[in-house]
Every structure is written in C-alpha cells, then in structure tokens.
Design a protein. Structure first.
Length: 335
C-alpha cells in the first residue's frame, strides 16, 4: 500500500490496477478539473460564480451558474486529450460527442459536475462525482453506450469541496483519499485505505419527507429514533448535508447509512427515486462497496441494475453494512 504523502500522480504510477497510461492520464485530467473547480468554489462570490443561471436542466431543476461552469470545465479539460470517447452529465440532455477534430479515446466519462449545488450560495458542502467505463467499439458512442451497469465501472470517484478539498477514488481494489495541497496545487495521499465500519448509529435522510415514506423506511427510522429502548437497542444520531458527496464522505470516514428512498410522492410523479443511477448512485455505490459497505435500492444491489436511460433515477440506501442489511430485510418483509 502506498504511503501517505505521495501525490496522485505517484500513486497512479505505482498502482497496479491503473496499468494503463491513458487511464492514469484521464484521472490526472479529472484532478486538474477538480482543482480548478475547488478554486472557484473557494472564491465564491469573489469569482462571480454564485447564484442562479436562470435556466433549468434536463431534470427540470434550476441550474446554478456554477453547475454550467463546472460542466464546461470538464468538457474543456477532457475533450481534446484523446482519452475519452464521449461525455455524459447531469447537465446535458444527451451525451456530448467528442468533436471530429479531436481523437477519441477508449473511456466514457459520466459525471455530476456540481453535486449539491443548492448549497453553493450558502457555502455548504458541494462536490463533483464521476464514473469511468469503457467504450469497446471504434465507432463514436451513442447514448446507449453509456448505459452500463455499475459493475462495469473501471474507476469511480468524487471531489468534495469543503473545509478541505478531497479527491476520493477507487480503481476496483480499495478506496484512496487525497487532500488538495493548495500550496503545491496537487492532491496528496492522506487516506490510503478508506473503509466503512459495518456498524453505525448515524443515519442520513431528509426527514421533511417522512409523510411520504413507504412502510419499511418509516419502520426503520422509527426504530432508530426509538433509541436504546427501541428494536435496534441503541441511540442514533442524524446528519443530512444536502449534498450526497458530503454525506458519503462522512460515511467513508466514520460509518453511517445514507438514504434517499422511493416514496409515495415520487410514485405519483412516475419517478423511481430522486438520485440518478449513472452519475450518483453507481460511482458512490462502487466506492462504498470497495470500502466494505453495502449499496442497495431496498430491492436490488445498485451496481447490478441494467440502466435504461442516461438520467434514470433509483432509490438509494448505502453505507454501513449492518444497517443497510436491516433496511433491506424490512423491505423484504414489506413492513
Ligand atoms: P434534498 C443534491 O441535489 C442531491 O442530488 C444530492 O446530492 C443530495 O443528497 C440530495 O439531492 C438532496 O436532496 O431533497 O434533501 O434537497
């Protein structure tokens, strides 16, 4: 295992799962994009990047200026490198084809350029989430080529923009965390092997929607708040960052269960959840599983889902195995 203190480049050079120069180079490109975004987030109003963009994305969500800027940064830093065959993101209806003047590479990069952007104007945690899969064909990809199950990811990661900016990645053999050294303008390995404790007493859910929850979720949260005298027999704490990156990072550091379940409100709207499979649930699910946790919808493992569209939504339960397993059992008993 690499010692803390190595830079991301040194880590990738020596990481056997990263035996492809083009994958190492793509991760270096992603790191540069995250450093640029970290600087913009950190400067906030001074950089003139706060506030609404005055338009909606394909999800019908109000876009922040920084959502669009972040998406453009990723496109600009990756489209001409010859490492990617195509890009897809939360902010684009369809995939972004690599312009004809640039050589295509073998990787498909799917990303949420600025997760938790509703936090940006109040200086809360935000992040970038990314997922890398392969495009086997020589021909240019189409949208359907991005529809690969989470098990096909060759790399997944996020960059958290918070007190420190941290890049956390997995290449399929563990999870490594890098802290941005602003003096060196480089990510430095600080968390060589992140793991999720199997037990926890901390849950993350937006409790404002409790009236809409289905029976298994209502049963679980009631059991948590019942504390020592409840069916789980221990007192619980609650956290909700409003940014999946912020919540999942906390869980990778100290355990917990993150929940964005399907609820009756979504069912009425014909939705399968809030969070998106390809650029939120899959990359975070790979990180959580690689760190020894569990990533589930309540009915199936997230990484086993065969995607049916770029912006497919899924229910999300992920984190400490014991608690996720408990919620899965409540779903199996459907009560
Ligand atoms: P709510 C951010 O918009 C996001 O996609 C996730 O990062 C976050 O966990 C969730 O939605 C927050 O949703 O309904 O609490 O605002």
């Amino acid at each position: 295992m690499m010692q803390a203190g190595s830079t991301l480049d040194e880590f990738l050079e020596q990481h056997e799962a990263c035996d492809r120069e083009d994958l190492r180079a793509l991760l270096a490109d992603i790191a540069v994009a995250c450093i640029d975004l970290s600087d913009l987030v950190r400067r906030g109003e001074l950089a003139g990047v706060l506030g609404a963009a005055g338009q909606e994305n394909v999800q019908g969500e109000e876009q922040k200026k920084l959502d669009i800027i972040a998406n453009d940064v990723f496109i600009e830093l990756t489209q001409a490198t010859g490492r990617v065959a195509g890009l897809a993101s939360e902010e684009m209806d369809n995939h972004y084809p690599i312009p004809a003047q640039h050589k295509r590479g073998r990787y498909l990069l799917t990303f949420d350029p600025l997760d938790g952007s509703s936090n940006i104007d109040v200086n809360g945690a935000t992040g970038t989430i990314f997922s890398i899969t392969e495009h086997a064909a020589e021909t240019a990809p189409v949208d359907d080529d991005f529809l690969q199950s989470g098990r096909k990811q060759v790399c997944a990661g996020y960059c958290l923009y918070s007190s420190a900016s941290m890049l956390v990645i997995t290449l399929g053999d563990g999870v490594a965390g890098f802290t941005l050294d602003n003096k060196r303008n480089a990510f430095v390995l600080t968390h060589p092997s992140m793991s999720v404790p199997s037990a926890t007493n901390e849950f993350a859910i937006n409790a404002a929607y409790s009236e809409h929850w289905q029976a298994p979720v209502k049963r679980y949260i009631s059991a948590c708040v019942a504390g020592k005298n409840g069916p789980i027999g221990k007192a619980f704490n609650m956290r909700w960052a409003g940014s999946m990156v912020g919540d999942i990072h906390r869980i990778l550091c100290r355990g917990g269960i993150f929940m964005y379940p399907l609820d009756e409100r979504m069912i009425k709207e014909g939705k399968q959840g809030k969070l998106r499979l390809l650029y939120e649930a899959n990359p975070m699910g790979m990180l959580i599983e690689q760190a020894g946790g569990m990533a589930h919808t309540g009915l199936v493992s997230i990484l086993d889902i065969a995607p049916d569209n770029l912006h497919q939504r899924v229910p999300v339960l992920m984190g400490s195995k014991e608690e996720v397993q408990r919620v899965v059992e409540y779903h199996a008993n459907n009560k």
